[in-house]
Design a binder for this molecule. Structure first.
Ligand SMILES: Cc1ncc(COP(=O)(O)O)c(C=O)c1O
Length: 364
């Protein structure tokens, strides 16, 4: 039985009639940009996260740039960011004029920690982009205790928790992507910024709309970066199901453990106190590339996402000092492998994957 890497269609299929009605509501109203659906989604998502303000934007990359600019980050500043993450976490920094400074991650959780961030701090550090990688919240309170504002990149972590707080309610600001494959994915591009701080929310609102409040006077150079009404209406249908889907992802992780996968590969470790919402289920193996080839042959969806980490990407070379050493990142780049994950992945599928790993002709 083949097992796909992820399945974005099945969880939303039962909601088709509600999605159709939401789309029809928007078409009937004829308001497509910054209207009542975006306002309602911003309120509903803020309530879900337990934060005061949510600002919808066009995607999760813009969300980071705008969050940093709302904080006042600009030319001459440094922003610490892990090198083991999706490219956009760092790509979003240079448009502010600031310099990305790459840090290492923890080998078990694969997230940044207070120690790895501390090693990258300088007197010019103005913010940290802490990524809740693969749906596992980074230890944001410990990082925030270093005294630098934290932008929590929660693009992969909608539905996760750390202690009593939701992922997305942990930093000075947090950012989300609603790209279709995400835990809360719309049917196109979308993103959001979450914060408790009214001044930061206000700055983000101005920045997403050309630096203007009224489209007549312009206070700063901003962006054209809005969540649209159709996507917001669809997200309002999906949001009430996010907790159930996140629970399904945790159940899938438990199925893998019960299937004995932990004896064959290193399973991802949750951050202390966290309930991850496994966006991707990323295991580690000394011969990950060989294992990937064997699993693909057996019909199991696999992918290594970050095999060229950010400090080794050509476009980011101008910001990488010649002597930068990030040994854990380099090790993870070589050894990580995403295996199938979805809210609906059941014990039979987990057994299938574990059996394929067991049968793979790859020494551990
Ligand atoms: C960790 C992380 N940050 C940022 C982004 C950027 O989001 P988007 O694709 O919506 O711009 C993504 C996803 O694509 C991501 O995985």
């Amino acid at each position: 039985m083949p097992v796909p890497l992820f399945d974005t269609a099945s969880p939303v299929a039962p909601l088709r009639a509600e999605v159709d009605a939401a789309v029809a509501r928007v078409l009937d109203r004829g308001v497509y940009i910054l209207g009542p659906e975006v306002e309602a989604f911003e309120r509903e998502f803020a309530a879900y996260l337990g934060v005061e303000h949510v600002v919808g934007v066009a995607n999760g990359t813009d969300a980071i740039t705008i969050a940093l600019q709302a904080l006042g980050v600009g030319p001459g500043d440094e922003v610490v960011v892990p090198a083991f993450t999706f490219y956009a976490s760092a790509e979003a920094i240079p448009p502010t004029g600031a310099t990305p400074v790459f840090c290492d991650v923890d080998p078990e959780t694969m997230c940044v920690t207070a120690e790895t961030v501390r090693a990258a701090l300088t007197p010019r550090t103005r913010a940290v982009v802490a990524v809740d990688l693969f749906g596992n919240p980074a230890p944001i309170p410990e990082i925030a205790a270093l005294g630098v504002p934290v932008v929590e990149d929660a693009a992969q972590a909608a539905g996760a928790r750390l202690g009593t707080r939701m992922a997305g309610a942990l930093g000075t600001l947090a950012t989300f992507s609603f790209f279709p494959s995400k835990n809360l994915g719309c049917f196109g591009d979308g993103g959001a910024i979450a914060t408790d701080d009214p001044a930061l929310a206000d700055a983000a609102r101005v920045l997403r709309f050309h630096g203007s409040r009224d489209k007549a006077s312009y206070e700063r150079i901003g962006w054209n970066s809005r969540l649209d009404e159709l996507q917001a209406a669809i997200l309002r249908v999906l949001l009430p199901h996010l907790d159930g889907w996140a629970a399904g992802r945790r159940a899938a992780a438990a199925h893998y453990a019960d299937a004995g996968l932990g004896e064959l590969v290193a399973l991802p470790a949750a951050t202390a106190g966290a309930e991850p919402a496994w966006h991707l289920f990323v295991v580690r193996h000394a011969r990950a590339a060989q294992l990937a080839a064997a699993l693909a042959e057996a019909g199991i969806g696999v992918r290594s996402y970050y095999d060229v980490p950010l400090h080794r990407q050509a476009a980011l070379a101008p910001w990488v000092p010649a002597d930068l050493a990030l040994p854990i990142t380099d090790e993870l780049a070589r050894t990580h492998l995403a295996i199938p994950m979805s809210p609906l992945l059941d014990r039979a599928a987990a057994d299938e994957v574990a059996a394929a790993v067991r049968a793979a002709p790859v020494p551990r």
